[in-house]
Design a protein. Structure first.
Ligand code: SF4
Length: 525
């Protein structure tokens, strides 16, 4: 399984009109800069004056290039030349279907605002854009919402245009910035709480924040085939990563039916966080495991299970082609046991992802209440991102804005056991973005302000735009750690960057969002 942000090699065709023709060269440069180790070819197929009518005529040429990705951007000339909404939608829809039938990842771009001297932005543009969104949503494609990006970033719009409709260099930058946020998202991560709010769990860990509800799981509603159709209908042929967690997924009802469903689509993958308590013989024989499309986070809970048995299971998985990441929660009473456990995992070359404890212990709130010494101990086994955003981050993220933009709702979302789709598990207070089985599903098109009050998990942190992790593929935990400086050398030995760091260094402390030392109290603020 690869850990690329996007397809590699990747041929991207920018397919549209003169506006496309204008921004495509800058986009090609920025893509090459962003992905220096990938083979990315960008082809400019923007043609002056083209409408969807000419687009349809040129479609065969686009397909004959065998691109992995097509950015389709029509509409400005359609409305100006009198191609009505119905015909525009039909043409767009025909092109979308044909491109998707050829296994091309298709993104639809909304029309940028114009500067109509009489009325400002022409009223037709939002109407045509609505049809672009409808076609995208019906076909499970992503939208790149250039119209909203212009409205948000440019005022007056004329500043970004060199005539009534064409972007100048500022306008091209706005377009390309927006594309750079969305185009690399080659997969959608679906957290599927298929057994209810929390999946059944056979453990009762003292630090589990879902413990009281965790043993009451039930199966998802209806037949698995209905769910398969629902995911296909809403997400089209785009690659999906199903993340099964929140409790013990292997003990959940319907677990193996779900694995079969995911395995039946070649571009779908599965990812689980499991306590490894269940027998693994059936698991390793499943198609999805045999085909290398399953990633496992194995969480070790010393109060519930024996360390030797756990290590044996890790080794068993490895022997069957699954390289698990190990998770250990730094709950204060079990911190002392960590070093010995880590030494065994490290000697065997298993990556260990340390999670800070989040919750109350003896009347103190964690992670705030770790002493300086405990905090240093935990940090040594972490990557930089985990320390910065999880161990040391106590801020209310819902209060923050631009720098905390998140891809939750764009390429990371949660589907519950009724098929309602939410931006993420942290957004349950909001309205769902629609339902898998109804016609009302509408994902977000652009990163939006993070709505949770704290950062809950690797997946959520990795959806934050400022972490620079645009896509988590392969093993989420390992990808995350790798972005935070952890690496495996040629001999298979794993290196943790903070193991030998000087935590008295003030610039490092700033980078890691480390609380200051209160010398009077000998602890943190
Ligand atoms: S194994 Fe995980 S879900 Fe189950 S009780 Fe422990 S922490 Fe909670």
């Amino acid at each position: 399984m690869n850990e690329q942000h996007m397809e590699n090699p990747c041929k991207i065709i920018c397919f549209g009109d003169s506006i496309t023709q204008a921004w495509a060269p800058l986009f090609a440069v920025r893509m090459a800069e962003r992905h220096p180790d990938s083979s990315i070819e960008t082809i400019n197929m923007g043609v002056v004056s083209d409408t969807t009518v000419q687009g349809l005529k040129r479609l065969d040429r686009v397909i004959s290039e065998s691109p992995q990705v097509v950015l389709m951007a029509f509409g400005m000339n359609d409305w100006r030349k009198g191609i009505d909404l119905h015909r525009f939608k039909e043409n767009l829809s025909r092109m979308a279907k044909q491109l998707l039938r050829n296994d091309i990842r298709l993104l639809l771009l909304t029309i940028t605002p114009d500067n109509n001297l009489e009325t400002g932005i022409s009223g037709a543009i939002p109407l045509y854009n609505r049809e672009i969104e409808n076609v995208a949503n019906r076909n499970g494609c992503r939208v790149v919402d250039l119209f909203s990006a212009f409205r948000e970033k440019i005022n007056p719009i004329s500043e970004a245009l060199y005539d009534e409709i064409h972007p100048n260099s500022l306008g091209e930058q706005v377009i390309v910035d927006e594309l750079m946020d969305i185009v690399p998202l080659s997969q959608t991560v679906i957290v599927w709480t298929y057994n209810g709010e929390y999946c059944f769990c056979n453990y009762n860990c003292p630090y589990c924040y879902v413990t009281s509800e965790v043993n009451t799981g039930h199966a998802y509603d209806g037949q698995i085939s209905r769910w398969h159709d629902g995911f296909r209908r809403r997400f089209g042929s785009s690659p999906l990563v199903f993340y099964l967690a929140f409790g013990e997924p292997m003990a959940g009802k319907g677990f193996y039916e779900i694995l079969d469903m995911i395995a039946s689509e070649p571009t779908w993958q599965a990812h689980i966080t499991t306590n490894l308590s269940m027998p693994l013989e059936r698991f390793v024989k499943t198609r999805i495991v045999r085909e290398g499309r399953m990633q496992v986070n194995a969480s070790f809970h010393p109060s519930q299970t024996d360390g030797d048995d756990f290590i044996k299971k890790l080794t068993f998985l490895r022997a069957h082609g699954v390289e698990p990441s190990v998770i250990y929660v730094m709950y204060p009473p079990q911190m002392k046991k960590f070093k010995d456990f880590f030494a065994i995992c490290d000697a065997l070359g298993f990556f260990v992802h340390v999670r800070r404890f989040r919750g109350d212990w003896r009347g103190n709130v964690y992670p705030q209440s770790y002493t300086e010494e405990e905090r240093r101990f935990v940090a040594r086994f972490c990557d930089r991102l985990t320390v910065r955003y999880m161990l040391n981050d106590f801020e209310d993220h819902s209060a923050k804005t631009a720098s905390q933009l998140s891809y939750a709702g764009v390429n990371y979302m949660m589907v519950d056991d009724r098929g309602d789709v939410w931006r993420s598990p942290d957004f349950k207070g909001d309205k769902p973005m629609g339902n898998l089985f109804e016609e009302n599903f509408k994902p977000l098109y652009r990163p939006a302000a993070y709505g949770g009050s704290f950062l809950g998990s690797v997946n959520i942190v990795a959806s934050m735009r400022e972490t620079g992790i645009y896509q988590l593929e392969g093993n989420h935990t390992w990808c995350f750690a790798k972005n935070g400086g952890v690496y495996r050398d040629a001999k298979g030995r794993i290196h943790y960057p903070l193991m030998v760091s000087d935590f008295d260094d003030s610039s490092l402390r700033r980078q890691l969002n480390w609380p200051f030392i209160d010398n009077n109290r000998g602890g943190i603020r």
